[in-house]
Write a protein that binds this ligand. Structure first.
Ligand code: 4AD
Ligand code: MG
Length: 474
C-alpha cells in the first residue's frame, strides 16, 4: 500500500486509492483528516454522511485507525491540494474519545513525556522523529560516500574509555547473595563474563584499533553514561557517532567535523522542509512567551542555513579564556563557575562565546591536558593536548574529539599519570606497538544535533524513550 506522502504529492487525479491511517480530526460530519506518519501533512477524506451508518460515524474519533477507499481528486477547499472522495470506510481500531489523551489541541511537553508511548501520534513528535530519521540516514550517507567503513563496537565492555568512571555495571550476579573474594569484595570471576563489565561510554578505543587497519571507520550506536546530570542536554542512554581516521591530524579532524555536520544539516533542509517549517512555527510561538531580549534573532531555518553558509570559528582554549576574562558577565560576576586557565569550560562559558561573542558555531582546540582524557595527544608545550570541541548555539558542546597520542612512551606515561590500567588496556596499547601512526577522531552526540535541528529545548523530547536519572519507564 502506498503511503499518504505519495498521494499528497500526486499530480495524477481521479484515480482510485486506498489508505489506512489514524484519524486526526473529524469536522462537520464530512471531513476526516488522517495521518499515517509518512508526512506531516494530513490527507483529507471527504464523506457523505448519508451514505454511512450513524454507528460507524460515531466511531470516527481522534486516534482511531481506519481504512478508506475512494477517489483521489484535486481539492476545492483551501489548505490542501488533494482530497479523497470516500466510497467505503472501515474502522480498524476504535479510540475512546473520553480516554485518548492526545486530543487535537496543544499539550505541554511535560504532559507528553508522561505519555511517551502516545506522543508520536502528535504532529510535533511525528516531525521530530522524521527529522531524526533523516539525520541518521544522512550520517550513513556521508560516511559511505567518503569511503568510511561502518564498524559496530561492543556495547558490553570491560573498558572505561573516557576514564571518568560514569558507567552502568552489567552483571548476572545475585545481588542478594554476592559471591565474595577472600578480601570480601565481589568475586567477578563468578560473574557471567568472569570479570567486571559495564555498558560502553564510547566506542572510540575499539574504533581506533579498526582505524589502524581499515583506515577510515565510524561507529553509530548507543552509549551509556551514569552521570547524575539532570539537564536539558544529558541523557543516560544516547546515540553517538564516532569517526576515526588513520593518518589524520587535529586540523583534519576539525575539517571533518565541520564538513560532516554541515552535510547532515543540509540533507535535512533538502528533504524535510515541511517538518522544519512546522518546527520553526512552533518555536516562533514559544519565543513569543519570552522577554524580547531573550528571543532568538534568527528563525529555525535561518539558523540552520547560517551554519551551512559560515565557517565555524576556530580558536585555542587559551584564546577562549582570554576572551572570557574580558567579557561583561565575567567582570560583573555573572558566571556561576570560575574562569581561569586550567579550569574546564562550563556550558555558560561555551554559550557566551557562541551566542554572544562570536554569534557562530565555534571550535575550541588545545585544551589543558589535565581536564581531558588520557588518549589525547600531548602538545610540545607539555601542558595542552590536541583536543577539540565543537560548540553550537543553544546547545553548547555538540562534538568532542582529538588527535590521539600515537607515541607509545608518551601514552604509557599519561596512563600512569591518570591512573589508567595499562594491563587492562593492553590491546589498546598494542596499536602503538605495531604500526603506530598519527590518527584522530571525534564523537557527535546524535540527540544534541537532533535538538539543534529541531529547535527542541529539552533533549528528552528528541529520543523516543528518554533515559535519565529516576526514569526508565516504557
Ligand atoms: O565529549 P565526549 O565525552 O567524547 C567521547 O566520548 C569521545 N570518546 C569521542 C571521540 O573522540 N570518539 O562525548 C562526545 C559527544 C559530546 O560532545 C556530546 O555531544 C555527546 O557526545 N554526549 C552526550 N549526549 C547526551 N547525553 C550525554 N550524557 C552525553 N555525553 C556526551
Ligand atoms: Mg566532551
Amino acid at each position: 500500500m502506498k503511503s499518504i506522502k505519495y498521494f499528497i504529492q500526486s499530480d495524477k487525479f481521479n484515480i482510485p486509492i486506498a489508505v489506512k491511517a489514524w484519524v486526526k480530526t473529524f469536522r462537520n460530519d464530512r471531513f476526516i483528516a488522517v495521518n499515517d506518519g509518512s508526512t506531516i501533512q494530513n490527507l483529507q477524506l471527504v464523506i457523505n454522511p448519508e451514505n454511512f451508518d450513524e454507528a460507524l460515524l460515531k466511531k470516527i474519533n481522534t486516534g482511531a485507525a481506519i481504512s478508506a477507499k475512494g477517489e483521489l481528486v484535486e481539492s476545492m477547499g483551501k489548505g490542501q491540494r488533494v482530497e479523497v472522495l470516500v466510497d467505503s470506510l472501515e474502522i480498524l481500531g476504535e479510540s475512546n474519545p473520553e480516554e485518548f489523551p492526545i486530543q487535537p489541541k496543544r499539550h505541554s511537553l511535560e504532559f507528553l513525556r508522561e505519555k511517551a508511548h502516545l506522543r508520536p501520534r502528535t504532529t510535533l513528535f511525528g516531525a521530530i522523529m522524521r527529522v531524526r530519521n533523516a539525520l541518521s540516514f544522512a550520517v550513513h550517507k556521508y560516511f559511505q560516500e567518503n569511503d568510511f567503513l561502518y564498524v559496530n563496537t561492543p556495547i558490553i565492555t570491560g573498558a572505561d574509555a573516557e576514564g571518568a568512571g560514569e558507567m552502568f555495571q552489567v552483571t548476572t550476579l545475585d545481588l542478594n547473595n554476592i559471591p565474595k573474594t577472600d578480601e570480601g569484595t565481589p568475586n567477578y570471576k563468578e560473574d557471567f563474563f568472569n570479570r567486571k563489565t559495564n555498558l560502553t561510554v564510547s566506542g572510540q578505543l575499539e574504533a581506533e584499533t579498526y582505524a589502524m587497519a581499515l583506515g577510515k571507520v565510524y561507529t553509530f550506536g548507543p552509549t551509556f553514561r551514569a552521570e547524575n546530570s539532570n539537564t536539558s542536554r544529558h541523557l543516560a542512554e544516547f546515540w553517538m557517532i564516532e569517526p576515526e581516521v588513520a593518518f589524520m591530524d587535529l586540523a583534519g579532524d576539525m575539517d571533518l567535523a565541520e564538513n560532516f555536520v554541515q552535510y547532515i544539516i543540509k540533507y535535512v533542509l533538502e528533504h524535510n522542509l515541511d517538518d522544519l517549517q512546522f518546527l520553526e512555527m512552533r518555536l516562533k510561538n514559544e519565543e513569543k512567551q519570552k522577554p524580547a531580549n531573550e528571543r532568538s534573532e534568527l528563525s529555525l531555518i535561518e539558523k540552520l542555513s547560517f551554519v551551512l553558509d559560515n565557517n565555524f570559528i576556530r580558536l585555542s582554549y587559551t584564546e577562549a579564556i582570554e576572551i572570557l576574562e574580558k567579557s561583561k558577565p565575567y567582570k560583573k560576576k555573572k558566571f556561576k563557575y570560575p574562569v581561569a586557565w586550567g579550569v574546564d569550560l562550563h556550558s555558560e562559558h561555551e554559550r557566551y562565546l557562541v551566542e554572544k561573542h562570536f554569534k557562530s558555531p565555534v571550535i575550541i582546540f588545545d585544551y589543558p591536558a589535565n581536564i581531558k582524557a588520557f588518549y589525547m595527544r600531548l602538545n610540545d608545550d607539555g601542558k595542552t593536548v590536541r583536543a577539540m570541541d565543537v560548540l553550537f548555539p543553544g546547545i553548547g558542546e555538540i562534538v568532542g574529539g582529538s588527535q590521539r597520542e600515537e607515541r607509545l612512551d608518551v601514552l604509557l606515561q599519561k596512563m600512569r599519570d591518570l591512573g589508567v590500567d595499562e594491563k587492562e588496556l593492553y590491546w589498546y596499547v598494542d596499536t602503538r606497538k605495531f604500526g603506530t601512526a598519527v590518527h584522530s577522531g571525534f564523537g557527535l552526540g546524535f540527540e544534541r544535533i537532533v535538538q539543534f535541528v529541531t529547535g527542541m529545548s529539552n533533549i528528552r523530547d528528541v529520543i523516543p524513550y528518554p533515559r535519565f536519572p529516576g526514569n526508565a519507564d516504557f
